[in-house]
Write a protein that binds this ligand. Structure first.
Ligand SMILES: [Zn+2]
Length: 440
């Protein structure tokens, strides 16, 4: 694996220099191969496409993908694991991650190590394109309590060193760790970075001076971006990705918008099921061209974006997305007023076996209601595991009313939010701008 990974690394990282024609041919070849594989080896896709009376040979390139049905997370969850995994795949030999994202439904995604390397290159490309050097260290906030301490093979070669910091720690511990590491870049979620930036604002003698901040997941609102730029005194780069598709698109330092990693994913913007016009907002549907263990084909991301009308001006051939409207999240507020970022809650609840859907609602500091739809035979185990995880996370400073419910009603008029807090919502951008200018 390692021997063949080096040319992959060079090839994928260098791909932005290929011509438009060459990129189109790479995409077509990868897509045809993935579709053939899914039809021959994945029961879910074979039966879905047979019901739709379409065969993979009818899809010559990304423009023909509209012939295949769109797939939602709920569709994938409605079949057994072995039906959505390719034949012969051993899940224990795969890299796995769970995410409930915007829907509250946790889905575990399995990825072959070789595909994982390719998907990681999509992130590295975004870092390099924005000025991070391969020899520099990045500090990454993660939702997991247990961080990765081993080094990947390329890290042992001194490349792309990434040190993880648990979002579970206090902001004082984050700051101490960052002062020790002195990373060139910090990557994290908006709420974690927000807590960090506010802490640094109140402690102006800190020694946290990255050159770059990369934001991933959820929506980066303008007020938060300004706060990070002002307090960390560096450029803030927004990245758009998901567990299912890896790094989908990244902000370009020279173009207005986000370059799609078009050799790794196919992004479609749909409006009422058909491709949206350039500049017109529509639903994001992705195909992960490196998803051989559990293919992700025409998968609904539950985000809204639009294709940019202007071609890239930086010389790279990847098309541009103009605007991405991701998920909006809230802090959860403890009894003592301390705010916790939302990501550790996902990591507490998503991986618990038997959890089918969940939602947290908070109306008052120190209290929250958690609703869980669980598999019936596992409901006691779910309750125990979730409460134990949350007790550790909140340190007992939150009263948790856990209700096992048969379903969580969805209001089709508003976007579903897994975590909603009336006391932990961010102030609207204008309000924050006024406060910031007021010299708070
Ligand atoms: Zn560009």
């Amino acid at each position: 694996m390692r021997a063949c990974a080096l040319p992959h690394l060079a090839g994928t990282l260098g791909l932005w220099r290929v011509s438009e024609r060459r990129l189109a041919s790479i995409r077509r070849r990868k897509l045809q191969r993935l579709l053939r594989h899914a039809y021959e080896n994945v029961a879910f896709y074979r039966s879905l496409w047979e019901r739709a009376r379409v065969r993979p040979e009818e899809v010559d390139g990304p423009e023909d993908l509209v012939r295949l049905p769109v797939v939602s997370k709920e569709d994938l969850l409605s079949c057994r694991l072995e039906e959505r995994l390719a034949q012969g795949i051993d899940p224990s030999a795969c890299w796995s991650s769970s995410s409930s994202g915007t829907t509250g439904h946790p889905l575990t995604v399995y990825t072959l190590p070789a595909d994982r390397t390719r998907m990681n290159l999509g992130w590295f490309r975004a870092y390099l394109a924005n000025g991070l050097r391969v020899s520099e260290t990045m500090a990454a906030f993660v939702g997991r309590r247990q961080v990765r301490t081993s080094q990947r093979w390329y890290e042992r070669l001194g490349l792309f060193r990434r040190v993880e910091i648990p979002a579970w720690w206090s902001v004082e511990e984050w700051t101490a760790q960052l002062e020790l590491l002195r990373p060139a870049a910090i990557t994290g979620y908006v709420m974690t970075l927000r807590l960090l930036a506010e802490h640094l604002r109140d402690h102006p003698h800190h020694r946290v001076h990255p050159r770059l901040v990369f934001h991933t997941s959820a929506l980066l609102d303008e007020a938060s971006r300004r706060l990070f730029e002002e307090q960390l005194k560096c450029r803030v780069v927004d990245l758009y990705g998901s567990e299912e598709a890896g790094c989908i698109a990244w902000e370009c330092p020279r173009c207005p918008g986000y370059h799609v990693n078009a050799d790794l994913v196919v992004v479609e913007i749909l409006r009422n099921g058909v491709p949206a016009r350039t500049g017109e907002a529509g639903e994001v549907v992705v195909t992960n061209l490196h998803s051989y263990a559990m293919p992700i084909i025409r998968y609904r991301q539950n985000d809204v974006a639009s294709l940019a009308a202007t071609p890239p001006r930086c010389g790279w051939q990847f098309p541009l997305l103009e605007r991405i409207e991701g998920r909006v999240e809230d802090f959860l507020v403890l009894r003592d007023g301390r705010r916790l970022p939302p990501h550790p809650f996902y990591h507490c609840i998503d991986p618990v076996p038997g959890v089918q859907r969940w939602r947290i609602v908070q109306d008052r500091p120190g209290e929250m209601t958690l609703e869980i739809v669980a598999e019936e035979e596992q409901s006691d185990a779910v309750r125990r595991a979730v409460l134990a995880g949350l007790a550790q996370l909140t340190g007992g400073a939150m009263d948790i009313a856990l209700h096992l419910v048969p379903e969580i009603p969805i209001d089709p008029r508003t976007k579903f939010r897994t975590i909603r807090s009336a006391v932990g919502a961010l102030a609207p951008a204008e309000e924050w701008g006024a406060t910031a200018k007021g010299g708070k």
